[in-house]
Ligand binder design. Structure first.
Ligand code: SAH
Length: 364
């Protein structure tokens, strides 16, 4: 049975919130439950965002008790919330059932509320400028643990989440099956029913998985963390570039665009003296043009443990102008929550190492 996939191998309880509605129906039917129980329970978990079986008041008490004995019900414990004084961005540090820590971010935009979630505990991709990868990968997140980040923030803010970006800690395509299940459950009409067009998955560029994703019949946006337009420069910033060349990446992007009709976003973190010259801009334009890509420029967020520096803002604007002159659709990412350890993995790291210097409002 499919449901067994989520039974943790060493005889632990099955993770009931990671089951799709048909899987849940199968599990409950095997127990001899009434056919409508699955829909009731799924609604409690994924629409009413119940934090445990106890809240499911229209289900018989004995049934709830036996569920509690047999299944694991994931939910997150809020360890810390930081609120930016600059733009209201909130960063959450959550603890999972096994004590692992993950970060998620809440951002308010004119076009709606966005949640940025983590897909793994730690990361093994080793990008040179990123804090999430400094301690390596601890483990993958389950579908329920990815959903829980959105559910918890939705309950804490009391507001509707309209956009989800998988851009927090971790490489989503390194946790492919769980990611796919998460996306399907998040966008399912029996759950929060977030539009697939409002879901963005960001990858450092794992070519076989990008191609596989193109065939999943999804309408999500794929963002590629390109950061450099040549193999030589990309290898200096990202170890994954040694495995897949820029040419292979562009071929995979072309395939994704052709299969899904969805334009890809190139993310480009501008690093002073490394990838911010006029030549870099021209090379980037040549890659983005044929794919009609949107380019998102991110002045690199300095990380304590890394030596990289932001270019001066006039250089960032000059880089943007150059792309615009080449008729590339380009934006500079608003630096949301810079005062609250905005960059990936910085809050989790700071918390683990017990450092306590901080500019925004913090409740721990
Ligand atoms: N692993 C995925 C998603 C997580 S990172 C990926 O690589 O896309 C989300 C984005 O933030 C990526 O584009 C990543 O390269 C970028 N990023 C990480 N640390 C950064 C920093 N210190 N400054 C600017 N961008 C950073």
């Amino acid at each position: 049975m499919r449901a067994e996939i989520y039974e943790k191998k060493a005889g632990k309880k099955a993770d009931i919130k990671s089951l799709s509605l048909p899987e849940l129906a199968e599990v409950l039917a095997d127990r001899g439950e009434k056919p409508y129980r699955a829909a009731q329970m799924y609604e409690w978990m994924h629409r009413k965002l119940a934090r445990g079986f106890d809240e499911m008041t229209n289900l018989p008490k004995a049934f709830r008790e036996s569920c509690r004995e047999q299944y694991a019900y994931t939910s997150l414990r809020t360890i810390c919330v930081q609120e930016s004084r600059m733009d209201g961005t909130k960063k959450y540090l959550f603890e999972l059932s096994d004590g692992s820590l993950v970060e998620s971010v809440w951002m308010k935009y004119r076009h709606g509320n966005s949640v940025c979630i983590s897909s793994q505990v730690g990361c093994r991709m080793g990008c040179r400028f990123c804090a999430s990868t400094l301690d390596g990968l601890e483990r993958n997140l389950t579908p329920s643990e990815m959903l829980d980040q959105i559910y918890a923030i939705s309950l804490l803010t009391g507001e509707r989440v309209s956009n989800v970006v998988v851009m927090g800690t971790g490489e989503p395509l390194d946790n492919y099956d769980n990611l796919l299940k998460f996306i399907r459950m998040l966008t399912d009409e029996n759950g929060l029913h977030i539009s697939q067009r409002n879901v963005t998955v960001s990858t450092c560029g794992i070519v076989p998985e990008m191609k596989k994703l193109a065939e999943e019949n999804l309408q999500i946006t794929l963002a590629l963390s390109l950061h450099a337009a040549t193999d030589e420069k990309r290898c200096r910033l990202m170890p994954i570039a040694r495995r897949y060349s820029v040419a292979e990446l562009m071929e995979a992007c072309g395939y994704y665009f052709e299969k899904t009709g969805r334009r890809i976003t190139f993310e480009y973190s501008l690093v002073g003296g490394v990838n911010d010259t006029q030549e870099d801009g021209e090379q980037l334009s040549r890659l983005a043009k044929p794919l009609c890509c949107h380019v998102n420029l991110i002045p690199v967020n300095p990380v304590r443990e890394r030596e990289f520096v932001q270019p001066a803002m006039d250089r960032v604007y000059a880089f943007q102008k150059l792309l615009e002159k080449n008729r590339i659709n380009v934006t500079i990412r608003r630096e949301m929550g810079r005062d609250i350890d905005g960059a990936c993995g910085q809050l989790r790291r700071r918390h683990r190492s017990g450092l306590q210097d901080f500019g925004g409002n913090e409740t721990c």
